[in-house]
Design a binder for this molecule. Structure first.
Ligand code: MF3
Ligand code: CO
Length: 236
């Protein structure tokens, strides 16, 4: 899982370099697909429940699962979430980042990116044997809500290993001390999705693209994280 995690990391860094005003989300898809092939991995998302691409690219009010398209051009001031997964020798890695496009991103959107990433880091700090999934969710939720943003509840993180999605579900909200206890050897994909406005989301008619109900902007960061005796080990 270190190896699949490392591939995911390199793919995201390659895509980050291709994010600029004027690039289409299909351009990013092509960069990612080429890099995954070059590194000898297999994309985890393409073909998963019929999903057509190796990346999810979700712009502004899109929360997750945006489908790369030649028709979607990034503009200066946008934010774009890039989510990808791969499988290598039977083991999966899954990670996402959200990137500011160009130099005109509004201050509130920049804060949204920073707070969402901080909420993932505080969740990772909560990971250790004996901690609970409630501790992890509460760490995200407290970080986000203290800044006036809201946590998406309709989608959650997940266990990951020989499948992309395994038990347990990993909510981005919760109560400390509640929920399943973490044990060394578990691996979790922790993935806060955070909205500037309300938490409600809806899926568009394409069956995938998920947007905020109120049109507010949304950010998403994700890491694949192993529980070890020494605490969290970030694999991506
Ligand atoms: N990171 C997301 C997840 O873990 C992406 C899945 S997209 C899909 O659930 F296409 F694979 F469904
Ligand atoms: Co995931």
């Amino acid at each position: 899982m270190r190896r699949s995690g490392q591939v995911v990391r390199e793919v995201l860094e390659q895509v980050r370099r291709a994010v600029k005003p004027g690039a289409t989300t299909l351009d990013l898809e092509r960069v990612a697909a080429a890099k995954i092939g070059e590194l000898g991995a297999t994309p985890a998302f393409r073909g998963y429940h019929g999903y057509p691409c190796v990346l999810c690219t979700s712009i502004n009010n899109e929360v997750v699962h945006g489908i790369p398209s030649a028709e979607r051009k990034l503009r200066d001031g946008d934010i774009v979430s890039i989510d990808t997964g791969v499988v290598m020798d039977g083991y999966y890695g899954d990670s996402a980042i959200t990137i500011a496009v160009g130099s005109k991103v509004a201050e509130k959107a920049q804060k949204l990116l920073a707070v969402t990433e901080q909420s993932l880091q505080s969740a990772i700090r909560a990971v250790k044997p004996g901690a609970t999934l409630g501790d992890v969710g509460a760490a995200v939720q407290e970080t986000v809500e203290a800044q006036g943003f809201s946590v998406v509840r309709d989608f959650v993180g997940h266990g990951i290993g020989t499948h992309l999605h395994e038990d347990p579900q990993v909510p981005n909200f919760g109560t400390r001390g509640r929920g399943q206890k973490l044990k060394a050897g578990m691996v979790l994909a922790i993935e806060p999705m955070v909205n500037e406005g309300g938490a409600a989301v809806q899926v568009l008619k394409d069956g995938w693209t998920t947007v905020t109900k109120d049109g507010s902007w949304s950010a998403h960061f994700e890491h694949t994280v192993a529980v070890t005796d020494k605490g969290a080990l970030v694999l991506t």
